[in-house]
Design a protein around this ligand. Structure first.
Ligand code: PEP
Ligand code: MN
Length: 359
């Protein structure tokens, strides 16, 4: 932080600022030019909110010179974080980009099995499905809860898929982490700090969605909560932000991909289903995400989108999903970063769910 004093600020004002800071044990360095003085904070600010000093007499501005996030920053951790699963599947770095797909909500075992089969046959390895749903209306379908998670567990084992599902309550973190391979934090909960703190206590990877009105810095600060708690397995997910545009549900901020890649070492994926809210734009935004360097995409797929209990309008049909995967394979090949596609052998051997290692 540096405190920029007003042009011609009096010695009295400057001395008062310096004295205030040093009385709190904060080290300062004074730099005086011909007309203006700058006071730099050296080292820790001892918890003082320096920004609030901008209203003190003689102060023109308080400017931050280093980022407020440390653990998520590429400055402190230059190498890409790679989230690694027990079978060697990786997300991030130069690992093949991945596709996470499945219904918005788990509705029934049959719906989930048919979708899982489609995802697996297209070569996908990650099955998504909400069991606890954050819905705008309390009267809308709220999800099947733990019954839905049981269905996810059963079906994912049949097809050898990793499970991605959302947690909404801090108290559910340990149990949902047991059921899933990646725990999702929904956009509405990006700044649910008690939830983020709980997620810091586990080692399961966390897929942290960007809040619809969150800046990239706020998003990285949310990731910082999880990492500060001890969980280094964080995957960021851009899912569209709220803008003035009404042609789409949200605006997919593709520029967030290279920006986050520059600022942070964490993997970043894009969810163009929520990012557009319309099925017809999902493929184009997925292609754009992969082309922009995302580590993967997450899309909603449903056997009968018109009858979906949530987000049908943005859910791909099986046919559109297969088409999208083919397009992403071509984009990945063109850019020398292949898409993770594992041919389905038809084997349904039940393997114990892979455990995750911190990297
Ligand atoms: C979801 O993934 O179904 C979901 C509710 O997403 P978001 O939190 O991005 O709205
Ligand atoms: Mn959804």
């Amino acid at each position: 932080m540096i405190i920029v004093m007003q042009r011609g600020a009096s010695e009295d004002h400057i001395a008062r600022i310096i004295q205030f800071l040093t009385s709190l044990g904060i080290n300062v360095e004074r730099m005086s030019g011909q007309q203006q003085t700058i006071i730099g904070i050296v080292g820790s600010s001892n918890g003082l909110d320096i920004q609030s000093m901008s209203t003190m007499d003689g102060v023109q501005d308080v400017v931050r010179v280093s980022s407020p996030y440390k653990l998520t920053s590429r400055t402190t951790h230059p190498a890409d974080t790679i989230v690694t699963f027990a079978d060697g599947t990786r997300i991030g770095g130069n690992a093949p980009s991945i596709v996470i797909a499945g219904p918005c909500s788990v509705e029934s075992e049959d719906q989930l099995r048919r979708t899982a089969e489609c995802v697996r046959k297209a070569g996908g390895r990650f099955l998504r499905g909400g069991a606890f749903k954050p819905r705008t209306s309390p009267y809308a379908f709220q999800g099947l809860g733990f019954d839905g998670l049981e269905m996810l567990r059963k079906v994912s084992q049949e097809f050898g898929l990793f499970i991605v599902s959302e947690v909404m309550e801090p108290a559910h973190v340990p149990s949902i982490a047991e059921f899933t391979d990646i725990v999702q934090v929904g956009a509405r909960n990006m700044q649910n700090f008690p939830l983020l703190r709980q997620l810091g206590n586990i080692t399961r990877p966390v897929l942290l969605k960007r809040g619809p009105a969150a800046t990239i810095e706020e998003w990285l600060m949310a990731a910082e909560y999880i990492m500060a708690g001890g969980n280094q397995n964080v995957i960021l997910c851009e899912r569209g932000i709220r803008t003035f545009e009404t042609a789409v549900r949200h605006t997919t901020d593709i520029s967030a991909v290279p920006i986050v890649k520059k600022l942070s070492h964490l993997p970043v994926i894009v969810d163009p289903s929520h990012g557009t809210g319309k099925r017809e734009y999902v493929n184009a935004m997925s292609r754009a995400a992969i082309a922009a360097g995302a580590d993967g995409v997450m899309v909603e797929v449903h056997p009968d989108p018109d009858r979906a209990l949530s987000d049908g309008g943005q859910s791909l049909t099986f046919e559109l999903f297969e088409e999208m995967v083919c397009d992403l394979v071509r984009i990945g090949d063109a850019l020398d970063r292949p898409l993770l596609i594992e041919p389905f052998t038809g084997s349904t051997t039940l393997k114990p769910r892979p455990k995750v290692s911190a990297h």
